[in-house]
Design a protein around this ligand. Sequence first.
Ligand code: PNW
Length: 461
Amino acid sequence: MLRFPQGFVWGAATSSYQIEGGWLEGGKGMSVWDAFVHTPGKIVNGDMGDVAADHFHRFREDVALMAQMGLKAYRFSISWPRIQPTGRGEANPDGIRFYSVLIDALLENGITPWATLHHWDMPITLQLECDGWLNPEMAVYFKEYAEICFEQFGDRVKHWITLNEPWVTAILGYGQGHFAPGRVSQTEPYIAAHNMLRAHGLTVDAFRRKFHDRCGGIIGIANNCDWREPLTDSEQDKQAAQRALEFFLGWFADPIYTGEYPAVMRERVRERLPVFSDADRAVIKGSADYFGLNHYNTMYTAHAEKGKISHIDMESNAGLVDDQELALTDDDSWPKTDMGWNVAPWGCRKLLEWIDRRYDHPDIFLTENGCAAKDELINGQINDQDRIDFLAGYLRECHNAMKNGVQLKGYFVWSFMDNFEWALGYTKRFGLHYVDYRTGERIPKKSAQWYHGVIKNNGIF
Ligand code: PNW
């Protein structure tokens, strides 16, 4: 039995676009994702999030399922166009009411709400009128939206996440075009990322100056990162792996902890990498009360010269590979999830230790970890032993990291229930609960029962 410290936060996570549906209900405006999925050819099977898991109508049932499994914390996201249908101006009372009732239902069941302010569903008007994250003014619009949320929900929500995975928005949204808004560029990812960091900084600054005295609470950002293991012991490969981590996580975390982008990015990206003004730096540096990490995958990393990068690397979460000069590979002996991501729990431990050292022992919350699996409904049950093995393996390595001094304070399974997996539509199931997309029926998987036991025992077997 591996025991976790008293007070360790056991949670599960979702996001608004992936579960809510109700895409034009309750006065909600359209988001970039609503437009993207309605563009033929963008999503596998032409799937859409118009209805998704219908959480907009069935949230009470979902909160009851959370209570049933003893969940201590629930991470959800607030849909910006539900709160501000055009991204600016007056708040939409029906949108406020939806999240307000959800938050009350969580609290009545002893579940701590963790609210993400933005999990990619930006109001489309901001994309059409001002080019979304390419526009520096977006930082101000985002802060104003966030202030509405602090004002309306800050009496009950004490755990805030500004942005989910700005890396994904920058790379997949503005670099490769696989995600909304579907831009393809080698320049725009750096600009979009820069404005997201500025939005985060301004928002945290406003939270601390205007709301913290009255409401209290903590605020941070959820960055995603894979582990990069040097392919060989050569100095070149070790440097390549370190460089890969700095381009992945250092890109977003260094500005927050040191006020600057990593030196290796400045050297290689040069004039395409924007520079922080003194005013930007003043709000970005120190703008996280904890380190939020989403982690899914590990790959071997070797040095590779520009132009020699194979096709597979372009699709393996590598980012802008020409700027980094890497070759990523995996080991045939590693099990793979249904997303093709490698199951390598030791990579999670190494990443936690890398963060601990580089950023001077911050409190860390794993704000997402989990796997897609081929869940099959047999006699009304889903026996997802592969997911249980995955979660147990990763929790074991979290425990090892903590023994080595890492200040890990909580863990959120991605995800609470099956949902719309972005460009892959409904083809991938990640949830602790099975969702029948035809009827909306939810069925707890074997992993939900297992996780219930983990929470009850504050540990794993
Ligand atoms: C995260 N990558 O997305 C998101 O926060 C979730 O909304 C999503 O459902 C989950 O992970 C599973 O995909 C990612 O390419 C998407 O490295 C892509 C990457 C990482 C995370």
